[in-house]
Design a protein around this ligand. Sequence first.
Ligand code: PAF
Length: 281
Amino acid sequence: MEIIRTADELRQRVAELKEQGRTVGFVPTMGALHAGHISLVDKARHDCTAVVVSVFVNPTQFNNQTDLITYPRTEEADCALLEKAGVDIAFIPSVEEMYPTPDTRVFDLGPVAQVMEGPMRPGHFNGVAQVVSKLFDMVRPHKAYFGEKDFQQIAVIRRMVEIEGFDIDIVACPIRRHDDGLAMSSRNVRLTAEQRQVAPEIYKALRLGKTFAAEGHGVGPTKALVTDTINSVPFMKVEYFEIVDADTMQPIADWADASHAAGCITVYCGDVRLIDNIIFF
Ligand code: PAF
């Protein structure tokens, strides 16, 4: 595996791979890699003949400085995992390399970015659009892979791709969970032993909500059941739980309002912000 730290070298190496007729799959990450990330790499390896992974903790998408400072950074372990997973290129730039001058671009991300994480984390999605558009411009992959844990992020990235006119296939990959149901996340390492023990209650409550809805209960009562169930667990406080049209991300009030519906949740477990979701239909 090659480790590349500059944009110029990355562009040159990817151009060489394309000249050899290789199809390029790209997995952008912020490092602190776990089996969820590796499942994206595996899918990229399955679909493409060269795989590029970026590892970059992007400061412009953090609206909370403490979150940025405490975000886990584990470069050596990340490289070992990527090498083992058969990655061709790990792109690990510095902040100065990615942002030689401040990025002042403001993306018109539209309604998909105006709900849930949008108002809760002002500037977050614009920062994601900035960094992913820069990375896409450097790598120009055929396909790019994102995990469905960040369900709304995928809709935002599709919108950015549309605005920028990138010819890149965005591939959404299923959430990877621990055996007890907790969605894999780089932030899980920040949970205390007691918090880690109760954290699977989030997914349990989401599944309870799905069963409750299938029994004929409405959107409002389903939201209330899931929220109240999680709020009754020690350390846990629901920030929001929205049931949305899975394509537009807009909240629905009635199941008939969408042909695909998803429940998206954010929960503070102590001071660790956990995110998860479930597809209702
Ligand atoms: O999902 C993430 O890890 C990040 O938001 C991404 C897409 C790598 C951009 O920094």
